[in-house]
Design a protein around this ligand. Structure first.
Ligand SMILES: Cc1ncc(COP(=O)(O)O)c(C=O)c1O
Length: 481
């Protein structure tokens, strides 16, 4: 079986090189080696064209919350929907699975006061849809001058031009400047690198003071929206300190700003609850979500909003001037409903809550390696920051980080069979976000592979660091999603 796939794979390799453009990928990385090609999933593993198995330590791209075990059941729901009706827009009319999903999600988000849903095909689209709701809401409330936003350093909120405006990553923004929405960036919740990070109360105060100063500087009545993730992914699983989200709520209320929680990753059990906002006592006005909504079985995203935001749209005072052909595609909404059933039936979020402590304790064992500086995260969403010197928290410079992630760890992870993200958008981190159905066995295997890979990297580093960095070349970013 795999022999055939291998033959197929070499033709596919030529074809991929000739015709495919990959997301955020330097294709010259693959001049002298194959493009990794995944052909099958099995539980918490994926299998490449040569038959090698990898543990899916990043749930694809924070998507496969159920792993690869429920495709047939979800497929049956998809087949039923397609045999009944292949497509209906959600423009001036709707269809049952969109309605049922709206009911289901507003019920799940009831404790957060969410009462209405707009559907998109993904996370960036949801962020842009939220921005347009926010803008029109302010216009309806007689404040059309509110055109600015506040977002956080290093945060990733998508790549379409509107969503990119909120993304605090210079490399992503640079080619497309100027971006359409004026955004001020404030510190994220990286306690490890913040001067007040060791004292939680002082840290929270310092972060909120900075936001307050930013609001005053930019003009309190010019700011429309503040957007933040409950746990920020980019930079490495930054959890909020106590009091942070209630402080955001208080500032937004005081200055008439709408608060958006971007839960593209943190919703649907990633941190053990339906929404990360529940875990971290956030009370946003709008919630954007995607990925886990279908556990990766189909593209879907959306924006949930509370009554206050929905009011002018629901009463007909304002028509929402936004639409997407595939907003709430029946295939995706039918799949999302089936995935919600499975989340409930298999007690998937309970599994995350039950194993979070075990996961964290096992990760802490990695501190035996001197390269490991910080371990942070929540639920099944963790990052390990790598440092040159643990005592001083000295950071790797760019060439060193490149060597460490691309030339060392990427190859070791590949050889040892773990798909994870080796990210250097902030300081170098290993990011883990496994399927929410993972058990102790998968956690043990992840920790053991990372332990072995970081030990090998440390040995190379300790042995000949000058030579290694000098000879650091560009290698495939197989594990860099
Ligand atoms: C927090 C956050 N917002 C938005 C996005 C963009 O989502 P999409 O790629 O579906 O547009 C992502 C993608 O990873 C994300 O993590």
């Amino acid at each position: 079986m795999f022999a055939n796939q291998r033959l197929g794979a070499s033709a596919d390799q030529d074809s991929a090189r000739a015709h495919l453009l990959l997301n955020f990928t330097d294709l010259s990385n693959f001049d002298d080696r194959p493009i990794p090609m995944m052909v099958r999933g099995d539980g918490c593993e994926v299998i490449d064209a040569s038959g090698r198995r990898y543990l899916d330590g990043l749930s694809g791209l924070f998507c496969t919350n159920l792993g690869h075990a429920h495709g047939a059941e979800v497929g049956a729901a998809a087949q039923q929907q397609l045999s009944e009706m292949v497509y209906s827009p959600n423009w001036s009319l709707t269809h049952p699975t969109a309605v049922h999903l709206a009911e289901r999600l507003t019920t799940a988000a009831e404790p957060l006061g969410m009462t209405r849903l707009f559907l998109t095909s993904g996370g960036g689209e949801a962020v842009e849809a939220a921005w347009k709701l926010v803008r029109q809401w302010h216009i309806a409330n007689g404040q059309p001058q509110r055109r600015k936003a506040i977002a956080r350093d290093l945060a990733y909120h998508g790549t379409s031009l509107g969503a990119l405006s909120f993304t605090g990553l210079d490399d992503c923004r640079e080619p497309f400047l100027p971006l359409p929405i004026p955004v001020s960036f404030v510190s994220n919740t990286n306690a490890y690198r913040h001067p007040d990070g060791a004292n939680e109360a002082a840290f929270t105060k310092s972060l909120l003071d900075e936001i307050h100063r930013t609001i005053i500087r930019e003009g309190a009545d010019e700011i429309a929206m503040l957007i933040a993730e409950p746990v920020q992914n980019s930079g490495g699983a930054f959890t909020p300190p106590a009091g942070y989200w209630s402080g955001l709520r208080e500032l937004c209320d005081r200055y008439g700003i709408l608060l958006v929680a971007d839960e593209t990753i943190s919703a649907f059990g990633r941190v053990g609850e339906w929404f990360g906002s529940m875990r971290f006592a956030a009370r946003p006005d709008l919630i954007t979500f995607a990925k886990g909504a279908t556990a990766g079985h189909a593209p879907l995203g959306g924006v949930l909003m509370n009554d206050r935001v929905a009011e002018p749209f629901a009463t007909g005072a304002v028509t929402y001037m936004h639409g997407l052909t595939f907003s709430g595609h029946p295939l995706s909404t039918a799949i999302a409903l089936k995935v919600m059933d499975i989340y409930d039936r298999e007690q998937v979020f309970e599994n995350v809550r039950a194993l979070e402590g075990y996961f964290e304790n096992r990760l802490q064992e990695l501190r035996a390696n001197p390269l490991v500086g910080d371990i942070r995260g929540a639920g099944f969403f963790w990052a390990i920051e790598l440092v040159k010197d643990r005592e001083t928290r000295e950071m790797f410079d760019e060439a060193e980080a490149n060597w460490l992630l691309r030339d060392e760890l990427s190859g070791h992870m590949d050889e040892l069979g773990l798909l994870c993200r080796l990210d250097d958008r902030g300081e170098p981190v290993i990011q883990l976000s496994p399927p929410l159905v993972s058990g102790a066995k998968e956690i043990d295997r992840m920790v053991s592979i990372i332990g072995e890979a970081t030990d090998r990297a440390y040995k190379s580093w300790a042995k000949d660091r000058a030579r290694l960095i000098k000879s650091a070349g560009r290698r495939p970013k197989i594990n860099v999603a």
